[in-house]
Design a protein around this ligand. Structure first.
Ligand code: ATP
Ligand code: MG
Length: 281
């Protein structure tokens, strides 16, 4: 970041993200935001009005709200640099939250350390470098339970139940796997501590179209097994097709939020965010 001062929604040079009343709670729209907050009451994970960034005085998130209710699959889309990864990292304690708060099952977890958050029930799969290539599949999954090694075999059975290939190939080194297979290992590792919510950052990035489809199928499978999921995706159309609700993040705050189906059929969202991104799906 090269900006010398904190960008806010009042001083950014480009126009703020558009809003459409009734569907999306632009963070400046108090009433719509209240509706959004009310719906977040029983959320497994919720973030209210987050500002966060990498450098003191430079915010990347500028008042982002998000919630995920038990059993939901929530998608986050938006342009490059919108702050999608930053939002996931802030939820997982990897980026400093300057204001606002994060709650996990009603308990405040703002700025807690990632290892504490894993123990409390958040799983996170970063976009890249998300497996240990020199370790076997089994060893990668063991890393997932390093805080509770006695749980390994029970959790391994759960993960292998979802992804049988991981059991069949447990002695294979992760570095020798295809991108799609590595993604399966990374998701499996994050599931080893039985998270109540799983955060996925662009799980389909860099994969062939066939493997991208496979990752979306796997993500649904995880969700259908009862794990709440918050997924960031470049493959915006595909993401909105499978998610219960979606958020369009722009300039570090919510531009739109609605069900996946509503967003995909919203002409403004299509024009502004799916026109080119959507073609990927
Ligand atoms: N480690 C970092 N240090 C400083 N600035 C960073 C860092 N990581 C990201 N940024 C900046 O934060 C802003 C948002 O980045 P972020 O990675 O959250 O966007 P994104 O929406 O995930 O984009 P993409 O679609 O490209 O993955 C960008 O301006 C980026 O340059
Ligand atoms: Mg990103």
């Amino acid at each position: 970041m090269s900006e010398p001062t904190t960008p806010s929604r009042d001083d950014v040079t480009s126009p703020p993200p558009p809003t459409r009343s009734g569907v999306e709670p632009d963070s400046g729209d108090t009433r719509a935001r209240q509706v959004h907050l009310d719906a977040a009451a029983d959320a497994v994970l919720r973030a209210d009005d987050l500002t966060a960034g990498y450098l003191p005085g430079v915010n990347i998130l500028n008042g982002a709200d998000l919630y995920c209710r038990p059993g939901e699959l929530v998608g986050i889309i938006g342009p490059n640099g919108a702050g999608k990864s930053t939002l996931l990292k802030a939820l997982f304690g990897l980026v400093r939250i300057h204001s606002g708060k994060v709650l996990l099952e009603g308990q405040e977890i703002t700025n807690q350390r990632a290892d504490v958050l894993v123990a409390r029930g958040i799983g996170f799969v970063p976009q890249s470098d998300n497996v240990f290539p020199s370790l076997t599949i089994e060893e990668n999954l063991e890393m997932g339970t390093y805080q509770a090694p006695k749980r390994f075999s029970e959790r391994f059975d759960f993960v292998a139940g979802l992804f049988p290939a991981l059991r069949d190939r447990r002695k294979q080194r992760a570095g020798s796997l295809s991108g799609g297979e590595r993604q399966m290992v990374a998701m499996g590792r994050a599931l080893m501590m039985e998270p109540s919510v799983l955060l996925l950052d662009e799980p389909s990035a860099g994969l062939s179209p066939v493997m991208q489809d496979e990752v979306f199928v796997q993500t649904r499978k995880i969700n259908q097994a009862g794990v709440s999921v918050v997924m960031v995706e470049q493959n915006a159309k595909r993401c909105l097709q499978i998610c219960d609700r979606g958020y369009v993040l722009d300039q570090g705050r919510n531009a739109y939020t609605a069900t996946g189906r509503e967003l995909i059929n919203d002409p403004k969202v299509v024009e502004l965010y799916l026109g080119t991104l959507g073609k990927a799906g």
